[in-house]
Design a protein around this ligand. Structure first.
Ligand code: AMP
Length: 228
């Protein structure tokens, strides 16, 4: 699909709701789309043993959110370096903003470039489905590609389909840390949704699987931004 106007999309959803999977599927369908996942950015920093990575790893391992200003700086810097702070740019954010304060900081920055978000979609997946999914989740850290042993297994067990590199289990996908992340999500969601609802750009798509959610998400994008 080609877009008739620039799309700047935020995917909201509990950890394990399939934001990464929906992102990969949208990227395949919409050639001009780019994406940034705040969690992937942080995991890269941890892997590279950078200064921000060393700060991030203790927050991540406890399932706690990093400070709002630090996160905003990391993501906005990345948008800038990628050349996406322009009114013509089309991109998708996954995992940031996660609090209404982050949303305000981002909005102020984007306003300066006339590149504000213009669609926010909440992925609404039942909690029972999410908990089951997490146990089977594996990731390829360098690309952020996500696999599920049940629904979306890699072609070769334990290996990324594209690079053949090893897949890993996220250290924060344990029952204990995951429970905290889910609580964290629930406690910050309402004000964040209110922030975007007030801007008139919030939509919700519901479903139990990524196969059910994706056509709904894609239709929504097509209806609002697509040509064909
Ligand atoms: P995710 O991959 O989106 O589940 O993020 C993994 C972890 O990275 C979270 O549990 C947080 O510790 C941290 N993180 C990611 N995005 C943010 C954000 N927008 N604000 C604060 N912390 C974040």
């Amino acid at each position: 699909m080609s877009l008739v106007k620039p799309l700047r999309l935020l995917l909201l959803g509990a950890p394990g709701s399939g934001k990464g999977t929906q992102t990969s599927r949208l990227l395949k369908k919409i050639p001009q789309l780019h994406s940034i996942s705040s969690g992937d950015l942080l995991r890269q920093e941890v892997k590279n043993k950078s200064e921000i990575g060393s700060i991030a790893s203790s927050y991540i391992s406890q399932g706690k959110l990093l400070p709002d200003d630090l996160m905003a700086k990391l993501v906005v810097t990345n948008l800038k370096q990628s050349g996406w702070l322009s009114p013509d740019a089309t991109w998708l954010l996954d995992g940031f903003p996660r609090t209404s304060i982050q949303a305000e900081i981002l909005n102020n920055d984007l306003q300066n470039y006339k590149a504000e978000l213009n669609l926010v979609v909440e992925l609404d997946v039942p909690e029972s489905v999410i908990l089951e999914r997490i146990e089977n989740r594996f990731v390829h850290v360098p690309s952020g590609r996500v696999y599920n042993l049940q629904y979306n297994p890699p072609k070769v067990p334990g290996k990324d389909d594209v690079t053949g590199e090893s897949l890993t289990k996220r250290s924060d996908d344990t029952a204990e840390v995951f429970g905290k992340r889910l609580q964290q999500y629930k406690s910050t969601l309402a004000p964040l949704k209110e922030y975007y609802a007030n801007k008139g750009i919030l939509e919700t798509v519901s479903g139990e699987t990524s196969d059910i959610i994706f056509p709904k998400l894609y239709d929504l994008v097509k209806r609002k931004f697509g040509a064909h």
